[in-house]
Each structure stands twice: as structure tokens, then as C-alpha cells.
Design a protein around this ligand. Structure first.
Ligand SMILES: Nc1ncnc2c1ncn2[C@@H]1O[C@H](COP(=O)(O)OP(=O)(O)O)[C@@H](O)[C@H]1O
Ligand SMILES: [Mg+2]
Length: 567
């Protein structure tokens, strides 16, 4: 906020000037009427009229300037908050993404930021003008006639009580409405993302019913909020009207009794008239402020989830002579679950290809996630180039190691951009080479637009296997010293798999190949077998087969499956 101090200070100064000029008008009217009564035709009315015109013009200009200053500031505030939010999203550890749904985060970035913008703009202007109007008018009325001011203040206790009650109701209803909006956005986002499943299981009717229920809940919550506002505004009008009546009655008899000048009474009604609009609009102002504050809290909550800057050691960097990857007594559990990896210890030397195999759920993918630090491993258990990954800066880690996940995500961009990801060191030629190494270049060349083909949202216009191999090309394209592949051959036939594997050894010196398909592991220098999160066997393909343990059993089973598939 501090960067906008000048803008807001200027805005408030203009609001003070505008309030001063408005309040000077009834005062001048009083002087004019008093002069008329005392001097009749001799009164210098022209001077008063000029003064009133000047005040009105001053008020107009100052108010306009205050709106420019503050409303403009609000746009900057909102833009800044939005970029801070986006920056925070990017640092979220997976545990936070597990806690907030995408729809919820989108609501906070859209509707909450917009409510905050209204608070920083209209809310500030209206709140400050209202406060200035009440304080200024009170001071002016006290200066004109303290006794009549007391009468005019008679409805104030009622006003205070009403405002308090209203504030409580609006706060509760705003929270309720924002909650409903979160639910609805999450529902829409999920259903759109999973439209294929919705259609495949003919869930449309149920999905529509669920949407209708969530939509109805949001409508009811919004209506409740609007209703409280609708009740409040006429009530405030009534309060303002009663004040004017009281002043007319008490002030009128004072003027008749000669205790007060007619000019003073006219000035008084002028001030009350001036207060009428801020009073009536109080409900609206308060609800904008309330909504803005609620949204600010919700945004703050998300900002606080941002990962605190990792305790990086500037000196920590991978050493090309140390083992490329090493796990040392790694035990890891996801939040609130039992351990999925227990005391895992093994190394991958520079230039080696090591395969990690095991049944599904044995913790293979978790190894990759920890290496890429998408989940944080315990300190002193996972090393890349001899450096503890928790002490490496993410830039250095990413430069040393490319991780290709099991479920390939493609952006709705050209295939070429999906591979280069905007990295400056990846030239078009490197994209082609990576595509060839990943065994997808031929298929892409057959597309009408080749590498410039735009992938549909989430890569839906490619087959699963093509998607995986484009993701593999993305991993290779940056020429990483270490490549970590998580089951990337799941949707590729075995002939293709063998061909790609042969090419890969040329593309990356060191490879950690995570796979449940033993055929792919066969050509590795060493194989590590995981079961239930523990390393149960290790050795070369031949040695493991001879050992006759889990690996040999899995191998026989998969050969059998292949034969059945071929038959
Ligand atoms: N984000 C997560 N939160 C909690 N548990 C998880 C998460 N990801 C995986 N798991 C659990 O960890 C275990 C190992 O999963 P994973 O490493 O994916 O195994 P694999 O790749 O060998 O099939 C499984 O039991 C899975 O349910
Ligand atoms: Mg897996």
C-alpha cells in the first residue's frame, strides 16, 4: 500500500477541500439571509452569489480530482495484489494445492481481488467522504447554534444501533456468499476439466442437478445479502427525515421567538440536507467496505501459504564427480499418512542407467517427486551431484536434473513451445533432435503443421503415448546431465520402447528410469526393486532372474501377459 501513499494523500486532501467548500455554501446562505433581513435592498447579494458559485465549482473540481487519484490508485493496488497472488501460487508446495481447490483459488484471484479493488476505490472515497461530512457538518452546526445541534443529534443513537446490527449481518452474509461462490467455482472447474468422464458415464443430469443446487445456494446467499442492504437504506432515509422534522419544529419556534436568526435555520436545514445522502448511502458504503475486508482476509490467508524462501546454501552446487543421484536412508510419508518409502538407500553413478521397478503403489513415483523437490524430502536423504537437494536452489537443481512425470501435461500451445518451454538455450534444431530421441518426430512430421501444431487444451488432441513422448522430448531438450523418467513408456509398444531407450542413452549421460514394465528395465546397468516402499532386491537383470525372487516372478508374469496379448 505504501507505494500509493502519494495518490491517496492527494485524494484525501482533495476530499477535505471538497467537504470544506460544500460546507461553506449553507454558511454563505446564512450570511446572505441575515444581511437581507438587516439591510433590505442595500444588501450586497452579488458578492454572496459569486462566493456560492466559487464554492460549488471548488467542490466539483476537488471531488473529481479525489476520484481520479483514489480510483486510479485502486487499480494499481488490485493489479499488485493479483501479481502477488500469482507469485504465491507458483511457490505453493503440493500440500497447499491439496488443501485449496483450483476453483477456490480462482475465486480468490477474481472475485476477491475485485472486491478489494472496490474497497480501495469506491469504499475509500465513500467512507472518507462520509466521515468528513459528518465531522464537518457537526462542527459547522455547532458553530451556527449549539442548542439546535443537540436537537438534530436526537436520532443519532438509533443510527448507531442500526449500523451496528447491519454490520454484523452483512459480515456473516458476505462470508456465506463467498463460501458458496468457492463451491460453485470448484464445481464448474472440475466438471469442465472432467467433461470426458461426465459424458462417458452419462453423468450430465446428475452434474446439472448438482450445479443447480450450488447455483441456487449462491443465489440465496446473494439475495440475503442484497435484502439486508435493501432494508437498511430506507431505514436510514427515515432517520435522516426525522432529524430534519425535529430541527424544523424546534428551530422554527426558536426563530418565531426571536432566539435565532432565519439565516441560521436555513443554514441548518442546508447542513442536514447535506448529510442526507451520506446517511442513506451508509448501507452501501458499509457493505462495500465489509466485503472488501472479508476478501482481504481471504487473500491474506492464501498469501501466507506461500513457501517461505527455501534455506538455500549459495555455495551448494552439484559436483560432476560425485554420484549423480544418491538416496541415503530415505524414509518419507505424505502428510497424515504412513510412510510410503522406508530406509531407501542406493546411488546412481555418473554415466549409469539405473532402473527402479516394483508393483504399483510401491513408491516409485514418489522417488521422482522428491528428486524434483515437488515434495520436500527430509534433509540429508536425497542428493544430486553430492549436494543435498534441500540446500540447492531450484534453478541449480533444474539445470542438473530433468524430471519427466508419469502423467504428461501439455499446454495449449504449439508442440514446439511445449518442448522448448520458452527456454532461450533450446533452439529449433534442439527441439527436432529431442523429438527424434523421444521417438515422436516422425508422427509429428506427419501432422499438417508439424511442430507448429497447436495442442488442444491439456493435450487432448494427441494420443496418450504421443503426449508422453512429447513430454519426454521436453525433458531431453534442455540437455540435462541427469534424466529422471517416471513410467514414460506406459503407452508405447515394446518395439518402440527399445528403440527410444537406445536413443536416450545418447541424449543424457545419466538416467534414472522408474517403470513398472520390466522389459524397459532389462537394459539398465543396475536394477533396484521396490516393494511396499522398501528396497527388496538389487542387481543386474540376469542376476535378479537367477535370484528367483520378486523380480523373477514379475518378469515371468509380464512375459505371460505379453504372450496372451499377442495371441
Ligand atoms: N499426494 C499424495 N498424498 C498421499 N499419498 C500419496 C500421494 N501420492 C501417492 N501417495 C501414496 O503413496 C504410495 C506410493 O505411490 P507412488 O509413489 O505413486 O507409487 P508407484 O509410482 O510405485 O505406483 C501409494 O500408496 C499412494 O497412494
Ligand atoms: Mg507411479
Amino acid at each position: 500500500m505504501s507505494r500509493y501513499r502519494v495518490r491517496y494523500a492527494l485524494g484525501f486532501a482533495c476530499l477535505v477541500a471538497a467537504t470544506g467548500s460544500s460546507l461553506a455554501i449553507p454558511w454563505t446562505v446564512k450570511q446572505a439571509i441575515d444581511a437581507l433581513q438587516a439591510q433590505g435592498r442595500q444588501a450586497a447579494l452579488g458578492g454572496y452569489v459569486t462566493l456560492i458559485l466559487l464554492c460549488a465549482a471548488g467542490n466539483g473540481v476537488a471531488r473529481l480530482a479525489s476520484r481520479f487519484a483514489i480510483a486510479g490508485g485502486a487499480q494499481h493496488v488490485a493489479a499488485d495484489v493479483l501479481s502477488r497472488l500469482y507469485a504465491a501460487f507458483q511457490t505453493f508446495p503440493p500440500a497447499v494445492f491439496a488443501r485449496y481447490s483450483t476453483g477456490d483459488l480462482m475465486t480468490r484471484a477474481a472475485s476477491d481481488v475485485s472486491a478489494l479493488r472496490s474497497l480501495a476505490g469506491f469504499g475509500m472515497i465513500s467512507g472518507a467522504s462520509t466521515a468528513l461530512a459528518f465531522v464537518g457538518a457537526l462542527a459547522a452546526m455547532l458553530a451556527v447554534d449549539p442548542w439546535l445541534t443537540l436537537w438534530a443529534m436526537a436520532p443519532v443513537p438509533v443510527l448507531v444501533l442500526l449500523v451496528r446490527g447491519y454490520n454484523g449481518v452483512v459480515t456473516a452474509r458476505t462470508h456465506a456468499m463467498q463460501g458458496r461462490l468457492d463451491v460453485l467455482s470448484t464445481l464448474v472447474q472440475e466438471r469442465l476439466a472432467g467433461m470426458g468422464v461426465v459424458r462417458a458415464y452419462t453423468m450430465e443430469a446428475r452434474a446439472a442437478a448438482e450445479f443447480a443446487a450450488a447455483n441456487g445456494a449462491l443465489r440465496d446467499a446473494s439475495t440475503a445479502l442484497a435484502r439486508s442492504q435493501a432494508h437498511f437504506t430506507p431505514l436510514m432515509g427515515l432517520v435522516a427525515g426525522v432529524g430534519t422534522l425535529v430541527v424544523l419544529w424546534a428551530g422554527g419556534s426558536a426563530v418565531a421567538g426571536g432566539r435565532m436568526s432565519l439565516g441560521a435555520l436555513v443554514a441548518f436545514t442546508g447542513y442536514l440536507g447535506y448529510l442526507a445522502w451520506p446517511t442513506v448511502a451508509l448501507g452501501f458504503t458499509l457493505s462495500v467496505v465489509r466485503r472488501g475486508l472479508t476478501s482481504m482476509e481471504r487473500i491474506q490467508q492464501v498469501l501466507e501459504e506461500a513457501r517461505p524462501a527455501a534455506p538455500e546454501l549459495p555455495s551448494a552446487r552439484p559436483d560432476p564427480r560425485a554420484p549423480a543421484i544418491s538416496f541415503a536412508g530415505l524414509t518419507f510419508a505424505y502428510a497424515g499418512r504412513g510412510p510410503v518409502l522406508q530406509d531407501v538407500t542406493f546411488d546412481v553413478q555418473v554415466g549409469e542407467m539405473v532402473a527402479v521397478v516394483g508393483p504399483t503403489g510401491s513408491g516409485k513415483s514418489t522417488l521422482g517427486l522428491l528428486l524434483a523437490r515437488l515434495w520436500e524430502p527430509p534433509a540429508g536423504t536425497v542428493f544430486v551431484g553430492g549436494a543435498d537437494v534441500t540446500t540447492l536452489s531450484l534453478d541449480r537443481l533444474r539445470a542438473a536434473l530433468a524430471w519427466v512425470p508419469q502423467d504428461a501435461f501439455l499446454f495449449s500451445r504449439a508442440l514446439r513451445d511445449n518442448v522448448s518451454l520458452g527456454r532461450e538455450d533450446v533452439e529449433p534444431a534442439a527441439v527436432d533432435r529431442a523429438g527424434t530421441a523421444a521417438g515422436v518426430a516422425e508422427e509429428i512430421a506427419a501432422f499438417t503443421h508439424g511442430w507448429d501444431t497447436v495442442v488442444g487444451e491439456r493435450g487432448l488432441t494427441l494420443s496418450g503415448g504421443q503426449r508422453q513422448r512429447v513430454a519426454l522430448a521436453r525433458g531431453i531438450a534442455g540437455s540435462p546431465p541427469i534424466l529422471v523418467l517416471d513410467d514414460v513408456f506406459a503407452n508405447v509398444d515394446s518395439a518402440k520402447e527399445t528403440e527410444i531407450l537406445a536413443g536416450l542413452r545418447a541424449a543424457a549421460p545419466t538416467i534414472l528410469l522408474v517403470t513398472h514394465r520390466l522389459r524397459a528395465a532389462q537394459s539398465a546397468d543396475r536394477i533396484v526393486v521396490l516393494e511396499g516402499g522398501r528396497v527388496v532386491e538389487r542387481g543386474t537383470h540376469a542376476a535378479l532372474l537367477a535370484q528367483g525372487g520378486l523380480y523373477a516372478r514379475l518378469w515371468r508374469m509380464q512375459r505371460l501377459e505379453e504372450e496372451i496379448a499377442r495371441a
